[in-house]
Design a protein around this ligand. Sequence first.
Ligand code: BTN
Length: 253
Amino acid sequence: MIWPSEAIWEAVSPLLPGFTVEVLPEIDSTNTELMRRARAGQLEPVLLVAEQQTAGRGRLGRGWVSQAGDSLTFSLGMPLAPKDWSGLSLAVGVSLAESLDPRVRLKWPNDLWLDDRKLAGVLIETATFGDGRDGGRYAVVGVGINIAPRDAAGLSTPPACLHELLPGVTAGEALGRVAAPLVLAVQAFETFGYGPFQARFNARDALRERAVALSDGTAGTAHGTTERGALLVHTAAGMKTVASSEVSVRPAV
Ligand code: BTN
């Protein structure tokens, strides 16, 4: 497989001193690996790409199953100290969607959708270091993007893939499109928070003005995100802000 490691490094390292790009043929999970390294005191900024993951992880304890070449799997790890962490996964989604295609929509809080099917997912984890008092943590932003068609068996949302938008695109080419803008977006989030991403998220919001059902039993109509990235849902009991990513939301059928 061909990876644009050099070009990404050249674009990113002036903005992020010490940054490296690493491609591994196989690892359990790029997120697990960067969290392991952070706990062992390795806190340098890195883009870790896996051609194949043997134990890829998704949100809410789910897995991320993929075959080499059919999926782009990577994690960006870097120390981060935003004043407010809320909305980081949404900012990441905005950056990825804008780098890929105008038709890509965002499904709160972490997914990229194409025609109500899942194109990509984001899993963010953080590790505290030092005494943890300055609010700084090592952030691991894990991204999985379906490149080629995949089996829908066992998936809660039917899959979409990038070949539907960019026929023949490789995982390496997709990485080349998204990686440098993603680093910039994470740095912008650190400085300015979710605010500058709010209108951009809302413009691509897959749930906007749609009937939704929440896993906690709430039903209502989705109305975009707040300035801190919570989902606004108009329910029978009034407007509710859904902040917890432990709650899952789906379009009501
Ligand atoms: C989700 O949709 O629930 C999130 C999926 C995130 C998958 C990516 S693949 C690269 C990184 N390593 C992992 O184990 N997970 C993320």
